[in-house]
Write a protein that binds this ligand. Structure first.
Ligand SMILES: [Zn+2]
Length: 212
């Protein structure tokens, strides 16, 4: 995956994405040396983050791009929850794992606001207690690709957190549609863009129509 950041500039009614601003517009060939770029290029935020540096988050680790695109809350992707130190708790066939590495490139969805001190203080305790429960013990209940997988584990934890805040729970569909899929779509778009730029130096699309 690309570490370089993508920048965007606009010229001749196109949005041009690239890693470096070229000397000439790839579309019309006009030279930028004389300051013909009307607006400064903007940096496109990278949708991926290091999961170990995002505490108290819901993590989605993309396996392959196809999986990303087709993700529907099933078992194609791996999901986890970080504790306050960036250790990733995730449910697998042998039970709940605590990963100190391996989630360096994933999608992080924050689960609590930084000012929720009470919850923050109890987070690790909650997560440990939840993970120790019998239902995640393979001797008690077996992993199931559809109904008892990493996504069920993370979603159930999220709902415990919501309940602790006096909030209603989210169904798998609600959470997937409102929180996970938009991030995954953005990540897919970014990945496609990076691949295109790596191959052709530029990714060029029509600028959105200016209605003013
Ligand atoms: Zn141009």
């Amino acid at each position: 995956m690309e570490k370089k950041s993508v920048i965007k500039f606009s010229h001749c009614e196109k949005d041009i994405f690239c890693f470096f601003v070229p000397e000439k517009c790839p579309e019309c060939g006009v030279s930028f040396s004389s300051g013909r770029l009307e607006e400064a290029p903007i940096r496109i935020p990278n949708p991926f983050s290091n999961g170990h540096k995002t505490p108290c988050c819901f993590l989605v680790a993309p396996a392959e791009e196809n999986n990303l695109r087709e993700f529907d809350g099933g078992s194609d992707l791996h999901t986890g929850i970080t504790d306050t130190n960036g250790v990733v708790f995730n449910y697998t066939k042998p039970g709940v794992r605590q990963d100190q590495r391996g989630w360096e490139m994933c999608i992080s969805i924050p689960l609590i606001q930084p000012d929720m001190f009470n919850l923050l203080n109890q987070w690790d305790q909650y997560l440990n207690k939840f993970s120790d429960a019998e239902m995640w013990d393979p001797a008690y209940k077996r992993f199931d690709k559809e109904t008892h997988n990493c996504y069920n584990y993370t979603l159930m934890f999220l709902n415990r957190v919501l309940a602790a805040q006096g909030k209603g729970s989210l169904t798998k569909d609600q959470f997937t549609q409102s929180f996970v899929l938009p991030k995954i779509k953005r990540a897919c778009k970014y990945t496609t863009m990076c691949r295109e730029i790596s191959q052709n130096y530029f990714y060029i699309v029509d600028s959105p129509v200016n209605t003013s």
